[in-house]
Design a protein around this ligand. Structure first.
Ligand code: PLP
Length: 374
């Protein structure tokens, strides 16, 4: 951080370049491009992959609105599909949603639990689609032993074009305040994203002011202002060093919750896929309202006990823009709709003390009982 300030490079410069190399190496990707958000990463991935008006992109409805908004910004149509019981995209629903206009699938690694990537890549390969992974929750997660974002994940699909977008927003597993990164295997695509991230200028400022550089640049395409600053990158480099430790702390808290809530009636614990390493960005309980307490009552009860919880997420297809623009209605995507009435995210931060965790457990157990008589 002090290095970044002393260097005089406050905007994109050497720290961002180092952060990109270190991040790419951490997730085993050939390339990474640092940006000012995950949203920017998904938007630029769509544009760099040539997706635009007339195209359709398949997106799960159980996600943050950004995953679908970027498709709208690219001029394409988001085709929202249901999720399975893990709350990750229902791959059969995705397969069924493919039309001749479908160009991409944008799966979300919900809560930090990897989607079934093998099946998703298969659908993509069969239908000549690109894959843009929303890995906002999934830095540090692994699928079948490989890091989310790794080139190797799609080794059995050598022609598949794929970009993974990570978030370093304030609440995410590692943070730069605001920030994001894309990882990818293709050098050409990485260059395209880089170009679009800084006004479409064909040489970044760093290159321009380098010895032997020139003031000349061209704008072959009108780009965006999506670059990451060196101040953010310096923070990101320190965060990345701590990722394994932070990851371990999150898993320990999640395990403690699992253990503490295993005997409760009317509550389901987060699904865990044995072939994956969960990043535990979120710890999501499902409250079966018909059994002891309604979900909204649970949230209020937690608040009365001074514990803030949240709902991730209200389904995208029920937001007014998506209803009005694309005609979605309640009942269209029933698994996500039912889940959205049951889910509640408990506090989960790497820096939570043992007492904080115990307070959450005590509050939950005061509201929901093992014997079903609340
Ligand atoms: C936080 C989040 C994003 C957006 O990340 P930003 O870095 O804030 O753009 C996208 N998708 C999901 C699922 C998220 O939770």
């Amino acid at each position: 951080m002090t290095n970044a300030l002393k260097s005089g490079w406050l905007s994109t410069g050497p720290q961002a370049a180092e952060f990109e190399m270190e991040f790419a190496s951490r997730v085993s990707a050939s390339h990474a491009v640092a940006l000012n958000s995950c949203t920017a990463g998904m938007h630029l991935a769509l544009l760099a992959l040539g997706i635009g008006p007339g195209d359709e992109v398949i997106v799960p409805t159980m996600t943050f609105c950004a995953s679908a908004n970027v498709v709208v910004h690219a001029g394409a149509r988001p085709v929202l599909v249901d999720v399975g019981e893990t709350l990750n995209i229902d791959v059969d629903a995705a397969r069924a949603a493919v039309t001749p206009r479908t160009k991409a699938i944008l799966p979300v690694h919900y809560a930090g639990q990897p989607c079934d990537l093998e099946e998703i890549y298969e659908v993509a390969a069969e239908n000549d689609l690109v894959v843009i992974e929303d890995a906002a929750h999934a830095v540090g997660a692994k699928y079948r032993g490989l890091d989310i974002g790794s080139d190797q994940l799609s080794a059995s699909f050598p022609d598949l074009r794929r970009v993974t977008a990570f978030s370093f927003y304030a609440t995410k597993n590692i943070t730069t305040g605001e920030g994001g990164m894309v990882s990818l295997s293709s050098a050409d695509l990485a260059e395209r994203v880089r170009l679009l991230a800084l006004h479409g200028m064909s040489l970044s400022a760093w290159n321009r002011y380098n010895a032997g550089g020139s003031w000349r640049y061209d704008v072959p395409v009108p780009g965006f202002k999506y670059n990451m600053s060196d101040i953010q990158a310096a923070i990101g480099r320190e965060q990345l060093k701590k990722l394994s430790k932070l990851q371990q702390q999150r898993s320990q808290i999640a395990e403690r919750y699992d253990h503490a809530f295993a005997d409760l009636e009317g509550v389901s614990l987060p699904a865990r896929d044995p072939q994956s390493l969960h990043a535990f960005h979120l710890y999501v309980l499902r409250i079966h309202s018909e059994q002891q307490i309604e979900r909204d009552g649970f949230i209020l009860g937690m608040r009365e006990r001074n514990i803030g919880t949240s709902v991730h997420f209200p389904p995208v297809h029920l937001h007014s823009f998506y209803r009005q623009e694309y005609g979605y209605n309640a009942g269209d995507l029933p698994v996500a709709e039912q889940a959205s009435e049951q889910i509640v995210s408990l506090p989960l931060f790497a820096c939570m003390s043992s007492e904080d965790t115990e307070d959450v457990i005590t509050a939950v157990r005061a509201l929901v009982k093992p014997d079903g008589r609340g």
